[in-house]
Write a protein that binds this ligand. Structure first.
Ligand SMILES: [Zn+2]
Ligand SMILES: [Zn+2]
Length: 510
């Protein structure tokens, strides 16, 4: 157990005050404050990045540079000692700040940016031996306590980005082109932009020209999504489009230790370790869980970007806040109301189905839904049936399995989830019952979509728009049936329908 205390010393050669571990300070140094626990020392101004370097040409310098550039990490994540770091600390290339910032009645965690008092616990601390407050919110990335320093790289960038060759040979539709141009403009002017693109508009392709432009200007780009599925799907597509650009793909459990790249595709959680590093941040599905529910995640994304940077919000269903910002002319936006194949979005039908919960208790489906399912199965039309809860999912699946044992149900806690979805894709599973986990990101050609209990609160306007957006996505089968089976229409159902009708009426390029 080593009690690590820190001092502030004035460095005449840098003409500024730096923070050092007490063990690294020398008698000749002018100690201004400390020694003290790091969180009790006042915050020093953050040094400029690209701080000029001495000549450090040893392998340790490059290893630390590769690990630490653009991030803030714990000492043990760097796998070095304070002695190793000493020359870099003294020259200002690496700096230290407290992991937790004491605020009036709470703290702010400098990694995940939460300041919710409920997120901080107090416990005997194994690193300093006293009672420390720590952040519960990001503890899965290693504990940050009041005694924990975060290390930051202020030296030159190790990223050596080649000129990007865009190897994508498709053509953009009129709407996609307009959005791609707006994206390029925002990157050039370092501004924010909302790209409101209907489900199936071809969002990834819209990004290609803008990303090529950014990478050719040596900008560092982050594409982030709350969902691992999206990161996994984007990685190969981006790599195929930019074959000569190294890409870092970061997601829970899959984080490789590649050297830093100019293009990073990461889940939102993984962005917490980054700080002041990206010139362009593309936030995919900004309204999706858990992004929408967890405010500190948005702060973590903002922390990862440079002071002057462009932020691109990409979504089919912008939240009220974002729409309000557009209405106030606080955020510019571009709308793509057409799918890439030019056909309109399927408009949902409403089908009253009485007290369907009673039917389920008698182990049967409402007649109308029974008929709908039977028709899809007889005619070999793949069908997705959304239900509000796992409990209902289990009932509905067992009722349907009596008619056809190949029918399956999936939910977030289902370990066979990926296997069942791929069997549905292959046609082995004719009908898939699902909770809202499949509301985004799934594309099955020719699928018909139904919702049972669409009056449930879980089916918000945006959830229903996304669900309806599963149908008619392929150019060979651009139409599809979408039915909301309900026991009373809700506002969300009506608004979802209006949303879709409005998009269909909107002319492309306007
Ligand atoms: Zn935290
Ligand atoms: Zn401690």
């Amino acid at each position: 157990m080593i009690s690590i205390r820190f001092v502030h010393v004035f460095k005449p050669s840098l003409n500024s005050t730096i923070c050092l571990p007490e063990t690294c300070s020398k008698e000749s140094m002018e100690v201004i404050r400390g020694p003290s626990v790091i969180s009790s020392l006042p915050q020093l101004p953050l040094p400029d990045s690209d701080h000029s370097t001495g000549s450090f040409n040893d392998p340790l310098y490059h290893s630390i540079q590769n690990k630490l550039y653009g991030k803030e990490l714990l000492l043990n994540e760097l796998e070095v000692t304070w002695e190793d770091l000493h020359p870099l600390l003294e020259s200002g290339i690496v700096s230290i700040r407290s992991g937790l910032l004491p605020l009036n009645k709470t703290f702010r965690c400098h990694r995940c940016y939460t300041d919710n008092p409920k997120m901080f616990g107090r416990a005997p601390c194994s690193s300093c031996g006293s009672l420390c407050t720590y952040c519960r919110h990001c503890i899965m990335m290693g504990k940050i306590s009041t005694c924990t320093p975060l290390l930051r790289w202020n030296g030159p960038s190790p990223v050596n980005s080649p000129h990007p060759h865009l190897k994508w040979e498709g053509t953009l539709t009129k709407g996609q082109l307009k959005a791609a141009q707006a994206l390029k403009d925002s990157i050039e002017k370092e501004q924010e932009l909302l790209i409101w693109a209907v489900c199936g508009a071809g969002k990834t392709e819209i990004l290609f020209p803008g990303l090529q432009f950014a990478l050719s200007k040596k900008k560092r780009v982050l594409v982030t999504s709350p969902r691992t599925d999206v990161v996994l799907e984007l990685m190969p597509r981006m790599q195929k489009a930019f074959p000569n650009i190294p890409i870092n793909g970061l997601y829970g459990g899959g984080t490789k230790k590649d050297p830093p790249a100019s293009l990073v595709i990461a889940t939102t959680h993984q962005t917490m370790r980054f700080t002041d590093t990206f010139d362009v941040v593309v936030i995919d599905e900004v309204d999706a869980f858990p992004f929408h529910a967890d405010d500190s995640l948005l702060h973590a994304v903002y922390k990862s970007k440079k002071n002057k940077a462009s932020i691109i919000y990409l979504t089919a269903t912008p939240s009220e806040d974002i729409k309000q910002r557009v209405a106030n002319e606080d955020l510019s936006s571009v709308v793509i109301p057409r799918r890439f194949h030019g056909h309109p979005l399927p408009v949902p039908r409403f089908q009253w189905s009485g007290s369907w919960q009673k039917d389920l208790n008698h182990m049967r489906l409402p007649k109308s839904l029974q008929k709908w399912c039977a028709h899809r199965i007889e005619n070999g039309i793949p069908a997705l049936l959304f239900v509000p809860t796992i409990e209902i999912l289990e009932k509905v699946t067992s009722i349907l399995k009596r008619k056809n044992p190949h029918i399956q149900g999936v939910h977030s806690k289902d370990i066979k989830r990926h296997q069942k979805v791929s069997e549905f894709r292959e046609g082995v599973v004719p009908l898939l019952v699902t909770t809202t986990i499949l509301e985004r990101g799934i594309t099955i050609p020719g699928v018909d979509v139904a919702v049972l209990g669409s009056e449930d609160n879980i089916f918000t306007e945006s959830a229903l728009v996304q669900i309806a957006g599963r149908a008619g996505r392929s150019s060979s089968k651009p139409h599809g049936d979408v039915v909301f089976f309900h026991f009373g229409k809700t506002k969300a159902m009506k608004k979802a329908c209006q949303h879709i009708v409005k998009m269909n009426r909107r002319e492309e390029g306007k």
